[in-house]
Ligand binder design. Structure first.
Ligand code: 1PR
Length: 584
């Protein structure tokens, strides 16, 4: 094992470093002066050879959740050595850089710690490297995110934002297809299957960077989904969240000799797939056990004399089962989080930790994300609550009640305070990590002018023949109606930084009669972020109906999966028959 250089990152920061210059351009200019990598040369020369084949070095600069990649690496039989110093980068046998967070703060850390320069040296020496997501973007000359900001300058080009005026939803969230160009090696087992993306910024292929590009993906335009030159690889998608296909990408990088002799199974991935999401409403039952429950119009208690909380299984077991069954994403909603402090609810944190150990699709967790003062007077910010969820394995957090209050405030004052949980978490972790869960209830009216909210003509008239309705938002698990409609809320939370909307409907929840397509159409036509249709799925046909009649990006169900009435695969096969693209 190589000697560990114990000095902190800061001791590597020198006055020659300039955050406005890319570390690689500094490296090249020194090269031109004939004094190549003086600072790190000694470490390169003392590189030890005893590092085990099963160790992979991970560059985690502490900006967010890298638990998923850690879990995937362990699952593949590798142990992880964390980078403590730039020397650890230079001494790595193989290095993974799962960039998380935003471009500017990431570059700031790389510049200040000297890790950026070490990365450039490592890549320049054609050492085995895999960048993931932001870990790909940082290799480019610059980014428009929080910028322009200079990148490492390894690959020519600027990272820019997807253009939503081209009619696409931004962020680009979901399973999309790759067009693999040159011999990419690590993508050899992907075949024609979907991989999982979640990002708002992308790099575009050009003449200048064409030697690097190993695959592209189409989303409104063609963007770079992976690069490869020699031993240097980077991918825009998340292999650690792309199920078995993603694990094959990691396996190929970690052990190039592992090449499977089998031809990858051919599937027909060609574009962004519609997602099928399994949702687990979780709460503690009267015996104190954490259980998956399911309500009828949000009432989760049995109609028996005991009136106990309906128990449909254990959260970790069910999540694992749904992963195996082909769920594209799994959501946990801590449905009593509005009254119980979630960090006091350690079992929920444990559920995430255990689930993320071997479930390699995105995990969302919601319930109780807000500022909180506990019984001892200790104050927790919503950011701390979210951070704990991310650290425990969540890829996205979902905010319910607190987003309603923030939207009401925003509509009243017309000003963003920047202080709501939604704004703060979105700013720190990016809007792609923040879902707003809406719990609306249909309110019929006779005339569109009866209420100061968006009213629509409904397909099925109300009990007294009313032809119109608005959708009133609620908080505290549907217990309290608020003076704001789902339309107004959706528009407001998009502005405040939501990256996706989980659109429930209390009237349809647990009824098995289909999604409220009037509501889903209203919201998915009004915002530019992805909308997940939820509540009411009873048959595979309900999924095709919601995708054919609305612009929903995903459809979520709970009861039919928990009660094993309809397997996830049947839903997907039905969607394929209807020519709706899904991940298989
Ligand atoms: O307000 O930030 O603490 O978040 C609370 C979260 O818990 C919200 O996302 C809210 O939707 C959820 N929640 C609260 N109470 C309930 C309840 O059921 N009593 N569940 C609840 C919401 C609705 C869906 C359900 C679909 C699909 N559950 O998630 O899974 O309706 O069901 P179906 O396919 O069986 O029809 P905060």
């Amino acid at each position: 094992m190589e000697a560990t250089v114990a000095a902190p990152f800061s001791s590597f920061v020198t006055s020659t470093q300039n955050s406005s210059s890319s570390p690689c351009s500094l490296l090249l200019s020194r090269k031109n002066l004939g004094s190549v990598n003086l600072r790190f040369k000694s470490r390169l020369s003392v590189r030890a050879s005893s590092t085990s084949d099963s160790v992979v070095t991970l560059l985690d600069y502490g900006a967010g959740n890298v638990r998923s990649i850690r879990n995937a690496l362990r699952h593949l039989g590798f142990s992880i050595k964390d980078v403590q110093t730039p020397g650890d980068i230079l001494n790595a046998d193989r290095l993974i850089f799962p960039g998380v967070g935003a471009f500017a703060p990431a570059m700031d850390v790389l510049n200040k710690t000297g890790m950026g320069e070490a990365l450039c040296t490592y890549i320049d020496n054609d050492r085995p490297f895999l960048g993931i997501c932001l870990g790909l973007q940082l290799l480019f000359d610059s980014s428009e995110e929080n910028g322009p900001v200079k990148g490492l300058g390894v690959i020519p080009g600027t990272v820019g934002r997807f253009d939503s005026s081209a009619g696409i939803r931004v962020p680009h969230i979901g399973w999309n297809a790759l067009q693999v160009g040159k011999d990419s090696e690590i993508l050899d087992d992907v075949g024609n299957r979907h991989v999982y993306f979640v990002h708002s910024y992308r790099a575009i292929p050009s003449n200048e960077n064409k030697d690097w590009v190993s695959s592209t993906c189409h989303y409104g335009e063609s963007f770079i989904s992976s690069i490869r030159r020699g031993n240097v690889h980077a991918v825009q998608f998340h292999p650690e969240k792309s199920g078995e296909v993603g694990l094959s990408v990691l396996r190929r990088f970690l052990d190039p000799k592992s090449s499977s002799k089998q031809k990858p199974e051919e599937r027909k991935a060609s574009k962004l797939a519609k997602r099928v999401i399994a949702c687990l409403d979780v709460r503690t039952n009267d015996k104190g056990d954490l259980v998956v429950t399911k309500g009828d119009q949000y009432d989760v208690r049995e109609q028996s004399n005991e009136n106990e909380v309906r128990n449909l299984g254990k959260p970790v077991d069910l999540a694992r089962q749904y992963y195996k069954d082909g769920a594209d994403e799994i959501s946990f909603l801590n449905i009593t989080g509005f009254r119980d402090f979630p960090l006091g609810d350690l079992p929920m944190i444990q559920v995430l930790r255990y689930t993320s150990e071997n479930v390699f699709v995105p995990l969302t967790v919601g319930g109780g994300i807000r500022d909180f003062t506990d019984a001892t007077g200790r104050y927790y910010s919503s950011l701390e609550v979210a951070a704990e969820y991310f650290r425990s394995g969540a890829d996205k957090i979902s905010i319910g009640s607190d987003a309603v209050y923030a939207a009401e405030e925003f509509r009243k004052s017309g000003a963003k305070t920047g202080k709501s949980s939604l704004e703060q978490i979105s700013r720190v972790y990016g809007n792609q990590a923040v879902v707003v869960s809406i719990d609306p209830r249909r309110v019929y009216v006779n005339d569109p002018d009866d209420v100061p909210y968006k009213v629509i003509r409904v397909t099925n008239p109300g009990p007294n023949g009313e032809e119109y309705a608005w959708y009133q938002c609620t908080v505290s698990g549907g217990r309290e109606g608020r003076p704001i409609g789902a339309y107004e809320l959706a528009k407001a939370v998009e502005e405040l930084g939501a990256g996706e909307i989980l659109l429930n409907c209390i009237d349809c929840d647990g009824q098995g009669k289909g999604f409220d397509t009037d509501l889903v159409k209203l919201i998915s036509d009004s915002v530019g972020i992805p909308v997940i249709a939820s509540s009411g799925a009873g048959t595979p046909e309900h999924f095709s109906e919601v995708f054919e009649t609305t612009n929903a990006s995903a459809a979520l169900a709970a009861g039919i999966f928990h009660r094993k009435e309809v397997p996830i695969q049947s839903v997907k096969e039905h969607l394929l028959e209807k020519s709706i693209e899904v991940r298989m």
